[in-house]
Ligand binder design. Structure first.
Ligand SMILES: Nc1nc2c(c(=O)[nH]1)N[C@H]1C(S)=C(S)[C@@H](COP(=O)(O)O)O[C@H]1N2
Ligand SMILES: [Mo]
Length: 342
């Protein structure tokens, strides 16, 4: 029989491990989502925090393992769900590391990044279930100096492991060392044929008969021929949340030039033939290029023929392809889901 005092301290540290894991998981979800949303240099802080959160989960795993083993012996209901959660978290961590180090980035039809994000999203309902069924409550005693210092030490250790893994990447010459601050790998700069064709979720490349295609901007329509008369150019970098980036020389027309009178408008909605759409702040219209050419060639169907958005400083999902409709709107741009839903 175990001494009650010992049992008590065990439970105490078990509870704190659970709270710590919950905080780390929450931080990993939040920073992961934010890293997808941010295209500017700020992304680096978010991406680094994401890595630290991941390694903190790894650090807490041995303690959690001990707690979980005790729980599993008890044959409580929800055992399968707990195991599913553990598997998904391990998968998210493993494929996150495979992507970020570059050890293995592609597995036939799926990428390490897709498995990483997929496992994380799938784990979310299990995490919520776990919180509901076995709530890990923070107590006053957890906020003493000693425990706060211990938490800071664990976060510092997570940071050290991240720094060490960066060092290993460099020394071992792993591809991970050559990533952009967002964590993306360069693929096909200057050569669009080598640049991945990527869809956010479930869009497919449409086949467009140019004779039937027009671009509607408010009350006016533009034919492909009329638009190709514009040849403003910009060199811009696309950075897909799937984990790649490329700089290309784009040619087309600045969105602002097609808009005409913008009185009363706060945003501009750019829609694809497929229905995929994003709403941009009106002030951005002078920085958004509607491209019909890239690297001196007509756009390929995969890359958005006949017309696509070039949105410097924004992550790839803003670069709407196969554009056929542009609309001014009085609504603010942020009245839309932060990420496309289709
Ligand atoms: N219509 C439409 N446009 C889209 C998408 C999509 O799914 N549908 N995916 C976006 C995403 S996530 C990225 S990264 C870029 C990829 O552009 P590319 O295929 O030319 O490399 O297109 C964007 N434009
Ligand atoms: Mo993307």
């Amino acid at each position: 029989m175990r001494c009650p005092a010992r049992r008590d301290t065990e439970n105490m540290s078990a509870r704190r491990t659970n709270v710590g894991l919950l905080v780390a998981l929450g931080a990993a979800f939040a920073t992961g989502a934010m890293a997808f949303g941010i295209g500017s240099g700020w992304n680096v802080y978010v991406s680094v925090s994401h890595g630290v959160a991941g390694f903190v989960i790894v650090l807490l795993a041995p303690w959690k393992g001990t707690i979980a083993r005790r729980g599993l012996h008890r044959e409580r209901p929800g055992r399968a769900a707990s195991l599913a959660l553990a598997t998904l978290v391990v998968a998210a961590l493993l494929f996150g590391v495979l992507h970020s180090t570059g050890v293995a980035r592609s597995f036939g039809l799926v990428t390490a990044m897709q498995i990483h994000v997929g496992a994380a999203l799938l784990s979310l309902p299990f995490v919520l279930w776990h919180i509901a069924v076995r709530p890990a409550r923070l107590r006053r005693v957890d906020l003493t100096r000693r425990h706060l210092i211990r938490s800071a030490a664990i976060a510092a250790m997570g940071t050290l492991i991240l720094v060490a893994s960066k060092g290993i990447e460099r020394v071992a010459g792993l591809p991970g060392a050559r990533r952009r601050f967002t964590g993306s790998y360069e693929e096909g700069t200057g050569d669009p044929a080598q640049m991945p064709v990527t869809q956010w979720l479930n869009d497919g490349v449409p086949s467009i008969d140019i004779a039937d295609w027009t671009l509607t901007v408010g009350a006016r329509s533009w034919t492909y021929e009329e638009l190709t008369a514009f040849n403003e150019t910009t060199d811009a970098l696309i950075d897909c949340t799937g984990g790649w980036f490329a700089t290309q020389h784009w040619e087309g027309v600045w969105l602002r030039e097609l808009l005409g009178d913008v009185t009363g408008a706060r945003s501009v909605v750019v829609r694809s033939v497929t229905g995929y759409a994003r709403s941009f702040p009106l002030e951005d219209a002078s920085r958004l290029l509607l491209a019909h050419r890239v690297a001196g060639e007509r756009l390929s169907p995969g890359h958005g023929y006949p017309l696509r958005v070039v949105a410097p400083g924004r992550r790839g999902f803003w670069w709407v392809k196969w554009v056929n409709e542009i609309e001014l709107s009085p609504r603010p741009w942020w009245l839309q889901p932060p990420f496309p839903l289709t």
